[in-house]
Design a protein around this ligand. Structure first.
Ligand code: IPE
Ligand code: IPE
Ligand code: MG
Length: 241
């Protein structure tokens, strides 16, 4: 899809994935506890979903909590879980008004029963909406996702519902948490770090990467447009010439 933005015709990526990073450093710069950074960061998520929707993005996927983030101090993990809980509640109230479909990827069974219940409720309540699909990666790790996919495949082979000779890239994709979603066209990581930190390693195989020094709580629509402009300057090839 193409859109005129600030006098330029831009191709809008269908799917944008974001590694929201830098909340802790943002708070530290202000001599505030890390949790303050997470509070501000969570407010930005809502604004960016709205901006992405306005720009015509169809899928927005954000990395909210990794399988490695449990190693953080207990107090910080608690803050993140509390924010998540509030966010899910808010989303249940607003998703239909905003015509937004919400999906969660990751190993949700390690989250509290309360959170799991809200996730299921939210996915169910929003599944008919045909506006932007907002996907949250919660207790998500790409390696974990692939191992879980392999386990399910193996058990289907054992049960006889999947033939070993039918295992292909397409079959494998159907076992991933992202089954049915297009791969991201653009991946953004804020805060100057340039690594994947176990995020969507299969799905990002041909994605364009955009790194910015902006810390997540400072990210906004203008920064999102900068990333889309960068994407438009790339020459995507998928292996061809
Ligand atoms: C990203 O910000 C949010 C999560 C990982 C949940 P960080 O908390 O990683 O912030 P920095 O990288 O320490 O600044
Ligand atoms: C990646 O950020 C995870 C999320 C943004 C949720 P981290 O800040 O946890 O990653 P590392 O530890 O710097 O690689
Ligand atoms: Mg970080």
């Amino acid at each position: 899809m193409e859109r005129e933005i600030n006098g330029k015709i831009l191709t809008i990526p269908e799917h944008i994935a974001i590694i929201m990073d830098g909340n802790g450093r943002w708070a530290k710069k202000r001599l505030m506890p890390r949790s303050y950074g997470h509070v501000q960061g969570s407010k930005v998520v809502e604004k960016i979903i709205r901006s992405a929707g306005e720009l015509g993005v169809k899928y927005l996927t954000v990395y909210a909590f990794s399988t490695e983030n449990w190693k953080r101090p207990e107090e910080e993990v608690n803050t993140l879980m509390k924010l998540l809980n509030n966010y899910l509640e808010d989303c249940i109230k607003k998703c239909n008004k905003n015509n937004m479909r919400v999906k969660v990827i990751g190993e949700i069974h390690r989250l509290s029963p309360e959170l799991q219940k809200k996730i299921i409720e939210l996915e169910e309540a929003s599944k008919q909406n045909d506006g932007i699909q907002f996907t949250m990666a919660l207790n998500y790790g790409s390696r974990d996702e692939m191992v879980r996919a392999m386990r399910k495949m193996t058990s289907d082979v054992k049960a006889g519902t999947l033939k070993e000779e039918d295992i292909s890239e397409e079959t494998f994709e159907r076992y991933l948490d992202t089954a049915g979603m297009p791969d991201p066209d653009l991946m953004i990581r804020t805060s100057g770090e340039e690594r994947l930190s176990n995020f969507m390693m299969w799905q990002l195989a041909y994605t364009e990467f955009y790194f910015t020094d902006v810390l997540w709580p400072d990210f906004n629509k203008a920064e999102l447009i900068k990333a889309i402009e960068y994407f438009n300057g790339r020459d995507r090839r998928f292996g061809a010439v």
